[in-house]
Design a protein around this ligand. Sequence first.
Ligand SMILES: Cc1cc2nc3c(=O)[nH]c(=O)nc-3n(C[C@H](O)[C@H](O)[C@H](O)COP(=O)(O)O)c2cc1C
Length: 156
Amino acid sequence: MTGEELREVMRRFPAPVAVVTTELDGERFGLTVGSLVSLSLKPPLVGISIGKDSSSHEPIRRAGGWAASLLSGAQANVAQHFARSGIPPVALWNGTDVREGSRGPLVNEALAWLECSTVSEHDAGDHTIFVGEVESTELGFPGSGLVYRGGEYLPA
Ligand SMILES: Cc1cc2nc3c(=O)[nH]c(=O)nc-3n(C[C@H](O)[C@H](O)[C@H](O)COP(=O)(O)O)c2cc1C
């Protein structure tokens, strides 16, 4: 069983899309994720799985917290932007519609926002799972969300 075979299966399974951001020493980091999951209500916990080779991995670890902007069906361009690897952290923010948050930039026009402090980290092969306690939430655009399936972004 290979990672490629797993990827082939998971391509069929629609994943909701979010942008995870953090801020460390005045520098902002962000990436598109399909791994955001609600884990617990009491206490309110969510999880993300972040690739160890992502340029956001160490900043998320060191910052001790992160924000998630849950993308709307109209934000496929935002998802594409934050999924491009190798962009220098400063250039990543050029032309993006974001505002300041307590844990990292928040993408405007999203469905909702979560701000989290990391309560545990779990080694998961080439990724680390970060479990965050949700410190604050805000609701935004009330329409459709964005899912990724078969290499395409679709409103759902
Ligand atoms: C739909 C979609 C979902 C993704 N989900 C994740 C994820 O959950 N975790 C992750 O580490 N990378 C995920 N990625 C890949 C990152 O967005 C991408 O590798 C990131 O922008 C890397 O940039 P960097 O290597 O410059 O840090 C996803 C990409 C796409 C298109």
